[in-house]
Design a protein. Sequence first.
Length: 507
Amino acid sequence: MAEEEDTIPVEEMVLSLVDQTGSINTSDVAKKLNVDHQVIVGTVKSLQSLGSGNIIIAKQQQSERWELTSEGEEVAQRGSHEAILFAAIHPEKGTLQSHLMKSSPNAKVGFSKAMSAGWLTIDKKGEDGPRVFRKVNTIVDTVQQQLQQVAAGNVTEVSDQQLKELKKRKLINMVVVKSFLVTKGSEFTTSLEKPETDLTPEMLASGSWKDKKFKPYNFDSLGVMPPSGHLHPLMKVRTEYRQIFLEMGFSEMPTNNFVESSFWNFDALFQPQQHPARDMHDTFFVKEPRHATDFPMDYLERVKTVHSEGGYGSQGYLYDWKLEEAKKNILRTHTTAVSARMLYKLAQQETFRPAKYFSIDRVFRNETLDATHLAEFHQIEGVVADYNLTLGDLIGILYEFFKKLGIMKLRFKPAFNPYTEPSMEVFSYHEGLQKWVEIGNSGVFRPEMLLPMGLPKDVSVIAWGLSLERPTMIKYGIDNIRDMVGHKVNLQMVQDNPLCRLDKSPQ
Ligand code: PHE
């Protein structure tokens, strides 16, 4: 605010000076008003930008001016070196030359200048060494006087020869001053009215808009960046994957429960209770509440049976299945827990209807952290339940899905998951790296998982999963996961990263 109040009067003063004299030079005005030249130049620039830009005309000018060096300033204030030296000499007894030389930092220059000015004599035969005496009673310090004139801008009072001498003594310097010659423009005015930028309801109501000047609309100016939130790269890529699933007729599963019971995360998936993944070193166990309580008990009984005794043509794992273990709350280690819940729900329908589900959300594993692993990440999962699906269907749909991501070359490698048989790791050929890289995991869910849920015998379910982080890091060229997720993330990165458009193949 203070700044505004200061600048308006300067603008008006400049305008009234132009009005009075027809033309002004910014450098002269600066001296006259005793303000920094840059302030006046700034004022002239802002006057030039007002209205349609025709209030004033400013033409650049160059002039040269003598300016005192810092040594020159000192001399102008305290006297020339020779005058100072002269004053240091005892009027009657004179002063030892050796003492005199130590009397001031510039005594040497002062001595030689005073000598040539004819102010001194030396007695070289003195007992203690050469002694300097004053030759005249008084002196006139013309150097100081000349510098004072230069400082005041009265250069005409100093002869060219004297200026040359001052410059040689490095007491003055020539500087080039860039200034503006300001004259009246076609729309010159001394009364400044800041043009309005907005038409307000008040102006309309009072009718004051009729007398106001409005700033012309600048169609070239950039819009103000809306102070909105920004989507994290992971969320941008998630949107793209979501779109692909939706295009393929999949519907999204509700994934809003990070805390899951071991039952749904492991037992329902026919993962035995001694499986190493259920260890504290791999899974985060929840302390409060430690146990889940709400289970569909008849289904739970069937799960218990298939683990401990077998059934549905399977011999099971033949161990003592414990409810205590199944009740333990954990942070879900995969989104297949969500798929298990959905498939159970699907099995409860009176007549089975084929379904295609997907999810993209967060999972948690007690991992050792490094550049590509965190204790939490996102999984993308697709599930298809239908009559008589085969491995061929799984392979077909994987080709279809990855084709939509522009990935054409796939290879499959037999793998093991407790809940799928057969299981396959999915590899794609990475053109950039010139090698096959693992991009996902997949399989056909086991009857030991599906039949206790109550799904019809001839229904099979195929599924696959991949991480969201890996494609996001590739897409956005991030090579350390900690630059993307966690407390070290540069929020500017989140703001600046562009939209995600995956290079999808032509259909
Ligand atoms: N749940 C598996 C994982 O966490 C991925 C997967 C999903 C595998 C579905 C097979 C079927 O790696």
